[in-house]
Every structure is written in C-alpha cells, then in structure tokens.
Ligand binder design. Structure first.
Ligand SMILES: NC(=O)c1ccc[n+]([C@@H]2O[C@H](COP(=O)([O-])OP(=O)(O)OC[C@H]3O[C@@H](n4cnc5c(N)ncnc54)[C@H](O)[C@@H]3O)[C@@H](O)[C@H]2O)c1
Length: 255
C-alpha cells in the first residue's frame, strides 16, 4: 500500500487499545504515507501510550464526541499539528448495558439516547466540527456492523448503527457540494474492547467463522483497516453514501 495515502492529513478517532480498529487504520495509514492525528476519549494517558506504538508516534487530542466544547475547539487543536484535513475516521461506539442483551422492550429512553448520541449523532457532529479543516474536500469514513438486519441481543446498538448508516447517506448528500465523501465500512466481528461489552458476541463469532465464504479472523482488524484506508484514498473519487462490507462475504449468503 506504499504511497496510497501519501501527503494525506488524517484525523483518526477511536483508539483505546492496540486491538482497536482505529489503531490498525492509523498504522496502515502511516505506512501508506499519511500524517495521522489521533483523538482520545477518557483515558488520555492510555491512548497516548498506545499512540507511541505506531510506526510514527502520533499526537492525541482529547475528544468526547458528545461534548460541544471539545467539538468547537477541535479545529484549533488539529491545526497545532497539521494545516488541514483530507480525511476523518469515525471509529466510535457505545451503548449502556441496558440497551443490549435482550431487554429491548424495557430499555429507558435515557439509555437509548446516550447510545444514539455517542454512536449515531456523533458522526454528524464530528463531520461538522472538521468541516472548516477540509477546504479541499476529502473523505469521512465510519465503522458499522451491518444494521440492515436485527440480531439477537444487539438491540439498541443495532438501531444506533442503522441510524449511523443513514446519517452517512445524509452527510454524503449535504457535504457533496464541498467535495467531501462519506462512506461506511461494515466490519465483521472483531475482538476489541467495545466487542467485549456486547452480550452474546460469541454467537456472532461462531456464525461468521463458520459461514463467511472467505472465512473470518476475529483477531485480525487489518482487512477492515485496509478498506478504510482505500476509502480515504483517491481511489474511490466518485463513491459516497456507500457501505462496503468487510466480513469475509458473510452478508451475501444465507447462513
Ligand atoms: N469490534 C467489532 O466487532 C466491530 C464490528 C463492526 C463495527 N465496529 C465498530 O467499530 C468502531 C470501533 O470499535 P472497536 O471495535 O475498534 O472498539 P474499541 O473499544 O477499540 O473502540 C471504541 C472507541 O469508541 C470510543 N468512544 C466511546 N465513547 C466515546 C465518546 N463519547 N467520545 C469519543 N470516543 C468515544 C472509545 O474511547 C474507543 O476508543 C465502533 O463504531 C464499533 O461499533 C466494531
């Protein structure tokens, strides 16, 4: 992939461990020639430690994507490291425990709204916060778990992901005039910190491992990260509002 992202300035959210999808994206993007700035949520010193494991240690900006002050201050903080952005990666998701695990009919609105704020609305918030940095157009990529179907126990996170996928299509529509593309990568299950908090995750693991036509490695985020890097590159110049599956082909066949 050498040179695929040469000269690109990227903001990558969502690194918390070196198993994070975002960590693989940042690593591959650097290897492909990009300059990467990370954002971190909560445990900043942990994110900074992980950032040092990248091929080039990357700066980390604090960003709680539900905090309007953080969002308003983002352009100035990014400009301390790069003079603009060509790409933004949204690799953020969260739902309170009551929103997952089979209590769909009882989950209170407060918990649903938190899931939607962090996992869905934040895609729009991040894009709008970064808009002043994207004068020359660019690419925004988000991570989803194909929400065109309902999965046992995934519950309100599935609803949040369906909203995220829709928000991406609306951003494609509203940001096209700025030369900005918005696309989703629908990854199969990967063993990350976020995945650990999903009840019944092992059911997904078994289904994908057994039924994906190409097979599926739960411990390898690189195929997903490669697709994100491809969408960030100049090789999808006329693609927006799209969802690319990186799931070993699982979505394409009846299990
Ligand atoms: N792991 C999977 O099986 C899988 C599959 C498909 C899609 N995804 C999606 O990929 C994305 C990244 O998840 P991951 O699996 O790499 O897990 P992860 O736990 O490594 O990353 C989730 C990130 O979300 C961040 N986050 C949570 N609340 C936030 C907030 N308020 N503001 C800013 N950041 C916040 C966390 O700090 C963390 O870095 C998520 O959108 C997830 O839903 C994951």
């Amino acid at each position: 992939m050498s040179g695929l992202l040469a000269g690109k300035r990227l903001l990558v959210t969502g690194v918390i461990t070196d198993a994070s999808i975002a960590f693989s994206v940042a690593k591959l993007a650097q290897e492909a020639g990009a300059t990467v700035v990370l954002t971190g949520f909560g445990r900043l010193s942990l994110v900074e430690r992980i950032a040092k494991r990248l091929p080039q240690p990357a700066p980390v900006i604090e960003l709680d994507v539900t905090n309007q002050e953080h969002l308003d201050g983002l352009p100035a903080k990014v400009r301390e490291h790069v003079d603009g952005l060509d790409g933004v990666v949204h690799s953020i998701g969260f739902a309170p425990q009551s929103a997952l695990g089979g209590t769909f009919l009882e989950t209170p609105w407060e918990d649903v709204s938190q899931a939607l704020h962090v996992s869905t609305f934040s895609y729009k918030s991040l894009a709008v916060a970064c808009l002043p940095l994207m004068d020359a157009g660019g690419s925004i990529v988000g991570l989803t778990f194909d929400a065109t179907k309902a999965y046992p126990l995934y519950d309100w996170m599935g609803v949040a992901k369906a909203g995220l996928e829709s928000a991406s299509r609306y951003l494609a529509m509203y940001l096209g005039k700025h030369g900005i593309r918005s696309n989703m990568v629908a990854a199969g299950p990967l063993r990350t910190m976020a995945a650990k908090s999903i009840p019944g995750f092992s059911n997904f693991e078994d289904a994908y491992s057994q039924h994906a036509p190409l097979g599926w490695d739960l411990n390898d985020p690189e195929p997903t990260a490669r697709a994100v890097c491809a969408l960030l590159s100049d090789w999808f110049p006329a693609t927006t509002g799209e969802m690319v599956h990186v799931d070993g082909g699982y979505h394409a066949r009846a299990a």
